[in-house]
Design a protein around this ligand. Structure first.
Ligand SMILES: [Zn+2]
Length: 399
């Protein structure tokens, strides 16, 4: 497909067009069965100054490209097409720049009614680094931002966050299962037919079930990194000897693959769907969790996300149900071990259809949403993940 588009491009240039713009959004690739990479859908969005802007690959943002001058383009940063009305402002961008030679190149990100949120990461030849803040020119109040890039020859990937693609997550899951003796199970298929994978371990008869979920919201990568730290700690401490453990590392594969800001493939925010369970990815997760929860004395439930700060959304402050003592223990551990413990907000909204609300009402579990700051550094991510695991395991062992 790249070759075809470039052929069209050179045709356009031969006809005397100084620049061209391919309308990418009319050719959104169909979902792939099995969630495999789909490099064949990568396409040129526009080309100028010896640089081709490429999009439409798995996890790419949703962009239209306009050439604004030699070596300068404007890229729209668009939400998923199925979104009706305003969408949570998580403007995901990710595109490649293919340079024929080393050159300067300016990309203006145009967010429309939304604002720049994610600091750019630049990946070239396997090295990944944040773009120097001096090269990010923000037009207040932030609806447009220009990135001044110094490109080396070859392919440079520009991304709002480190994407943690479905392929990378599958590789992590495979290594995790192998290293720690977890079983990988397919618990269903997403709306677009992608595999929904869970990792399970531990004695089937254990009293306590520990459940962790992440990536309901595609761009929330720092939360996913905390989930991985949590999982590694649980497994590394031999958690499967004292609890049944159920991990869901990619709850919304369609949204992640599609470069979505928020939703699954059909315009539904998965973390508002837990009371309605219209999305296959949600109903399948619920069926798996409920089957595992059957007959347990105690269930601990964690859903890892990202937002503008690190914060814990907990059950209501007056929660006195099953596992209320666990909440007190976890909070005390954060306070003892973290120099800057996350605020703890008990503003539980039972009408919102979050996984946390579902865990409280259906599982009778002290459901928690663990939110990491978008740009949290590794030590904080690691600390929140490992302390949460330590508290969960200590609780399971005390029973
Ligand atoms: Zn979220």
């Amino acid at each position: 497909m790249i070759a075809d588009v470039l052929k069209q491009a050179s045709g356009a240039l031969a006809l005397g067009a100084a620049a061209f713009s391919v309308s990418a959004c009319t050719t959104v690739p169909a979902g792939n069965t099995g969630g495999g990479a789909s490099a064949d859908t990568k396409a040129a969005l526009c080309q100028t100054g010896g640089v081709t802007v490429l999009g439409l690959f798995e996890t790419a943002g949703r962009h239209h490209c306009t050439v604004t001058g030699p070596g300068a383009v404007t890229l729209s940063v668009d939400p998923e097409a199925a979104a009706a009305g305003p969408i949570n402002p998580s403007p995901w961008y990710r595109f490649e720049l293919e340079a024929e030679r080393g050159t300067g190149f300016a990309v203006t990100l145009d967010y429309g009614d939304y604002r720049h949120r994610y600091n750019p990461l630049i990946e070239h030849d396997g090295d990944i680094a944040p773009l120097d803040a001096a090269r990010v020119l923000r037009e207040e109040p932030g609806n447009r931002v220009t990135l001044s890039l110094a490109l080396d020859v070859g392919t440079t990937l520009v991304s709002g966050r480190n994407a943690r693609t479905p392929d990378q997550i599958a590789a992590w899951s495979e290594a995790f299962a192998r290293d720690h003796g977890f079983e990988s199970i397919e618990y269903g298929r997403s709306a677009q037919g992608r595999v929904l994978e869970a990792l399970v371990a531990g004695n089937e008869r254990e009293d306590t079930l520990i459940v962790a979920v992440t990536r309901q919201h595609p761009p929330e990568v720092s939360g996913a990194q905390a989930f991985e730290a949590f999982a590694e700690r649980l497994a590394g401490q031999g958690g499967g000897r004292d609890a049944r453990i159920l991990l869901i590392p990619l709850a919304n594969p369609d949204g992640v693959a599609g470069g979505h800001w928020r939703h699954g493939a059909r315009g539904v925010d998965l973390n508002r769907d837990w009371y309605t369970a219209e999305e296959p990815a949600v109903s399948a997760a619920q069926a798996l969790i409920e089957a595992e929860a059957e007959g347990r004395d105690q269930i601990l439930f964690f859903d890892f996300h990202s937002t503008n700060r690190t914060v814990i959304y907990s059950p209501p402050d007056d929660y006195a149900g099953r596992g209320a003592d666990f909440l007190a223990q976890l909070r005390a551990l954060y306070a003892a071990e973290l120099s800057n413990p996350p605020p703890w907000e008990g503003a539980h909204n039972p009408g919102k259809g979050t996984s946390k609300g579902w865990a409280i009402s259906v599982l009778e579990a002290p459901g928690l949403t663990v939110e990491l700051a978008d740009h949290a550094e590794s030590p904080e991510i690691e600390a929140v993940g490992t302390l949460t695991a330590d508290a969960a395991l200590s609780y399971a062992r005390s029973r």
